[in-house]
Ligand binder design. Structure first.
Ligand code: GLA
Length: 395
């Protein structure tokens, strides 16, 4: 009798722990079932971001149609932080008089609020970090109504440099990310967890196990074709590490910031969509030109990025400056990006049989919104300098 009671009790325990780990996984995956879409303050505003500019972004995200196209997060990057009070609670600085009120405002627009911190004593911009205050900070974020945290290694590198071995330094970093993951989870509030450590230490191999919903795979992007292309095209081979709930993050968008041509920004959006990358606009949404809105809200391109299968694309071929990347999509079709990395137009020859198709294919040009009908190989096309032809191809 005693034995069978014990047996029942242990079965129940096993069932409960299976349930809770299942629901923890489910919650984590639901949180970023698709690559997060939104806006982040850093690329355009840097340390000038404040309450008024964030409110203006939220309003513009709605009025521009970006919210309806899928953009959700309004993310405040570094430089919002103030001092800690006598109890160690983090305060905002004078640029952000009331973070809870700001979160309420963002939520009232049907959007979500993101914030930024570092596991070190200081952030990259030398503001207050979370070291030694992880649980307290997570609780503060939850109380404010924060929905997303970018946790940027920066300041912790001081501790890591003092470690006796690379393994010990790695452990300091991993432990710090685990600590904040547990702190966020303990609040009970679903908060997307974005790791930022610039792609060191093969982060894609361990980021999901420390709770990362997304992790930066590279150093910082700039609003220049050379840097954007270096970052974007370096993502070959990382596809198997991404999936619903956990994404490679080649950094935020520069679309609309003025440093690239329209063809170059089209390449930026297309490559990020093929990569299943988070789409975090990094421009001033309140002053966007119509062509910037068109770039950011192209439904067909967003549908590639947000495809429900959650499979990241990869490079299929590189012939000099012509690169072909494909991404398998949930309906059996494929996104096919034909990229020209040369500054002048070049003619590319696309052999669909080398991309897993047989015979004639049906193709749509996603930027021209043009059905190409039935295409038989070989398909020859001129791609603008630094530009792209982005197709959705089915059998
Ligand atoms: C690092 C990050 C950037 C940004 C800044 C803020 O450089 O990689 O994305 O968050 O810090 O200081």
């Amino acid at each position: 009798m005693a034995v069978s009671k014990l047996h029942v009790a242990s079965l129940v325990l096993v069932a409960i722990s299976a349930l809770s780990s299942d629901s923890a996984t489910a919650q984590k995956d639901d949180l970023a079932a698709r690559p997060p879409m939104g806006w982040n303050s850093w690329n355009h505003f840097r340390d000038k971001v404040d309450d008024a500019s964030v409110r203006a972004q939220a309003e513009a995200m709605v009025s521009s149609g970006m919210r309806d196209a899928g953009y959700t997060y309004i993310n405040i990057d570094d430089t919002w932080e103030g001092e800690r009070d006598a109890n160690g609670n983090i305060q905002t600085n004078s640029k952000f008089p009331d973070m809870k009120a700001l979160a309420d405002f963002v939520h009232s627009k049907g959007l979500k609020l993101g914030i930024y911190s570092s596991p070190g004593a200081k952030t990259c911009a030398k503001f207050e970090g979370s070291l030694g205050h992880e649980l307290q900070d997570a609780r503060t974020y939850a109380a404010w109504g924060v929905d997303y945290l970018k946790y940027d290694l920066c300041g912790l590198r001081t501790e890591m440099r003092a470690a006796p071995t690379p393994e010990a330094a790695h452990k300091i970093m991993v432990d710090a990310y685990v600590k904040m993951r547990d702190a966020l989870r303990s609040t009970g509030r679903p908060i997307v967890y974005s790791l930022c450590q610039y792609g060191d230490d093969a982060v894609w191999e361990w980021a999901p196990s420390v709770g990362g919903n997304l992790w930066r795979t590279t150093g910082d992007i700039t609003d220049k074709y050379a840097k954007m292309a270096e970052i974007g095209f370096s993502q070959a081979g990382l596809a198997r590490f991404a999936g619903p709930g956990h994404w490679n993050d080649p950094d935020m968008l520069e679309v609309g910031n003025g440093g690239m041509s329209l063809d170059e920004y089209r390449t930026h959006m297309s490559l990020w969509a093929v990569l299943a990358a988070p789409l975090l606009a990094g421009n001033d949404l309140s002053t966007m030109a119509p062509e910037t809105i068109a770039l950011l809200t192209n439904r067909d391109v967003i549908a590639v990025d947000q495809d429900s299968a959650g499979k990241q694309g990869d490079r299929v071929s590189a012939e000099g400056p012509i690169e072909i990347w494909t991404r398998p999509l949930a309906d059996g079709s494929k996104a096919v990006g034909i990229f020209n990395r040369h500054p002048k137009p070049l003619t590319a020859r696309v052999d669909f049989s080398a991309l897993g198709f047989t015979g004639a294919v049906k193709a749509k040009d996603l930027w021209q919104a043009q059905d190409l009908g039935s295409v038989s190989k070989p398909y020859t096309v001129t791609v603008p300098g630094h530009g792209v032809l982005l197709l959705r191809v089915s059998q």
